[in-house]
Design a protein around this ligand. Sequence first.
Ligand code: FES
Length: 136
Amino acid sequence: MTRYHLRNRLKKRVGRWLGRAPQAVERIEVTFVLPDGSEHTVSTEPAYTLHMASQFLETPIHAPCPDGSCGNCRVRILSGQESLRPPSQVEEALLTRALGPDRDPAIRLACHARLTGSGVRVQVDRVWKLEDVRGV
Ligand code: FES
């Protein structure tokens, strides 16, 4: 169970203890095209980043830094750009530093790109491997 699953379970339980019915949360569908060519669609909440949404996959997007400063979690948005918030200044600066000023606008950082609606289709170039976690 990921921390996002845990968060949802806690929200439901706290709501029950306070005598409130759990609120229906709007769900957003995101499709990830993984490096092996397989496609997986996950259902997530608005305002999640692509990286957070990928936690619902068996192997999430490779995002090695905890503070969103390395620029290694690059993904390509195949469709549905309008369902993502525009890049922040920090994301713009990281992408410009890594790819230059004439970069492809379809390239985003998974840990920065926040969802606002359904229909996003994302090409993922790298997912976590067991070796990454173990450091072997
Ligand atoms: S994981 Fe480092 S910038 Fe996204």
